[in-house]
Design a protein around this ligand. Structure first.
Ligand code: PGA
Length: 254
């Protein structure tokens, strides 16, 4: 299965920084990533989507969004539809990020609606799941993640597995410099895979790339990718600069 390296810029960056980032990646002559089993994409803030698409022209780099509204159109001030994302070239979209769950009170049911709207529109959702520190310390991490999966994916057909990406992002590891150990990531990824299998059967479950996110760097990426159920990374801070992002991509090449 291909490995996926996706940058999540969150509310960071600027047009000059985008140009510097794209120039840095271009200098690395990234022609061979696809042939070496790695798919790469970046999710910038909405206003930069079209410019990012242009800046990446001729490079094997996809563009994704960080959010979407499930409705087709209407009175939703400040929101963006799947059709609008498609028009500016977004191929992927993050849903269920813990920052949106915590700060914008997004429920599993609402995240599920977004996810299905994306699938209907032909945009790949990256569904984020993950437990807080208190939940891990209470030994509840597997149950919490299964509840998130159940709440977001219930009612989603097995055929959707072909377009779906899942990112396990323990909340305590995001932006903290404290990454999960490779063993902790593998344990959770295996549990996510087992849950998918109960819903959709083995073949579909095996086809979903499971990414890890939370303080991934060029230094710790190779250890994570060595695990059998870790097929990539959702990268925040280290995706903002070409050099650190390239280091992670290089660790994923086969
Ligand atoms: P981080 O963020 O790499 O800065 O920890 C990851 C994420 O929130 O997707």
């Amino acid at each position: 299965m291909d490995r996926w390296i996706v940058g999540n810029w969150k509310m960071n960056g600027s047009l000059p920084e985008l140009t510097a980032f794209a120039d840095g990646l271009r200098r690395a002559a990234p022609g061979g990533w696809g042939a070496r089993g790695v798919k790469v994409a970046v999710c910038p803030p909405f206003p930069y989507l079209a410019a990012t698409q242009r800046a990446f022209e001729g490079m094997p780099l996809g563009v994704g969004a960080q959010n979407v509204h499930p409705a087709a159109s209407g009175a939703f001030t400040g929101e963006i539809s799947t059709k609008m994302l498609k028009e500016v070239g977004a191929q992927l979209c993050i849903v269920g990020h813990s920052e949106r769950r915590a700060q914008f009170h997004e429920s599993n049911a609402f995240i599920g609606e977004k996810l299905r709207a994306l699938l209907d529109a032909g945009i790949r959702p990256i569904l984020c799941v993950g437990e807080t520190l208190a939940e891990r310390e209470g030994g509840k991490q597997a149950a919490v993640v299964q509840e998130q999966l159940d709440g977001c994916l219930r009612g989603t057909a097995a055929a959707s597995s072909a377009a779906l990406l899942i990112a396990y992002e323990p909340v305590w590891a995001i932006g903290t410099g404290r990454t999960a150990s490779a063993a902790q990531a593998q344990e959770m990824h295996a549990s996510i895979r087992a849950w998918l299998e109960t819903q959709w059967g083995k073949t579909a479950a095996q086809s979903v790339p499971l990414m890890y996110g939370g303080s991934v760097t060029a230094q710790n990426a190779a250890g994570l990718f060595a695990e059998p159920d870790v097929q990539g990374a959702l990268v925040g801070g280290a995706s903002l600069k070409a050099d650190s992002f390239l280091g992670i991509i290089n660790s994923a090449l086969r």
